[in-house]
Design a protein around this ligand. Sequence first.
Ligand code: AMP
Ligand code: MG
Length: 404
Amino acid sequence: MSDCCAQPGLLPLEAALQRLLELAASAPISEVERVALAEADGRVLAEPLLAGLDLPPWDNSAMDGYALCLSDWQGEPLAVSQRIFAGAAPAALQPGTCARIFTGAPMPAGADCVEMQENVELLADGRVLFKQPLKLRQNVRPQGQETRAGEWVLEAGTRLTPIELGLAASLGAAELWVRRRPRVAVLSTGDELVEPGKALGPGQIYNSNRQLLIGWLQRLGCSVVDGGILADDLALTRATLGALQDVDLILSTGGVSVGEADFLGEALRAEGELTLWKLALKPGKPLTCGQFRGVPVIGLPGNPASTLVTFGLLARPYLLRRLGVEEVEPLGFQVPAAFVWSKPGKRREYLRARIEQGRAVLYANQSSGVLRSAAWADGLVEVLENSTLVEGDSVRFLPFSEML
Ligand code: AMP
Ligand code: MG
């Protein structure tokens, strides 16, 4: 969507994301470290992975069966001259014979075909009768069919999951160069907040954003500096921010609207830089972006569903880009809406929704204070600015699994 669609004065999501990604690109976290594969899940590859060998390293059998030289074969039953298990180093195939062979075992030199065991008959004299027509190289997995030595198999900037780690292991890599973990400080602002485990006083609520962000950041490969709860107090805010000089990002929640108890902005104005964005986004209109004594600061709105949406759509891509990841936006797909949207909004909405029978069903209460909506949901449905929907209209769905 272009800027034209947002309400004047509201910053379209794309513009905010683009600005954040530019900031991220100008402050890359480029130090690297070498880690064992078992420690590399969720990290970002710092150097491309080069294949040092062919995969598979030699022709091998795709079946349990019998290997023969089809090029020389006249259709007669063949005696079995050797048995080749996976892990064996077979001798060359004796002319005029076949070899018993098992899945993954190297093809013997001179063999060019494998017949699966179900298609043969063992004769009383021990010879093998091939009952079906055979094709050259059938059931043979050729050397290098997956990868050739010297190929680049993974690009720098790849986020490592167990799949990439399995691939690296298949190429014999025991360790990988990855970007160091970003250090991210998490601050929860608000006089009303209390940590779980303690009793609630009058007017107090439990701090949910801290847990939400700490767990999410850890999954993204960050090392979290837990700044705890920050009271709504300017001097305290400045002192707390000032003590966080060795982090790559200060991520706070709350205190970013224009209420009287919103001290983050004041602190940044006094000792850094502040941009206050009013995003064309719901939930999650107010967002602070700036720095405090040179340390980047992102201030997310305090309502938990707003925290979730702004972290997932803005802060997460920002952090990944600082690590050199190219594809930073969650993968979405189109689904039919199982709901009606009759009141067009000025802001783009991200509604907590489930997929039921292939259609997006909304959680009944979409209030930005209701985190339960997200726990119920599978992801977010995007409703564009100034648009209405009838049941069956196609909407974009962003699964949480893509963002976590
Ligand atoms: P604020 O942006 O500070 O005005 O907060 C907006 C709303 O989010 C208020 O209702 C706060 O009580 C709530 N809120 C802020 N931070 C948290 C938090 N860490 N956990 C739960 N609710 C929060
Ligand atoms: Mg507050």
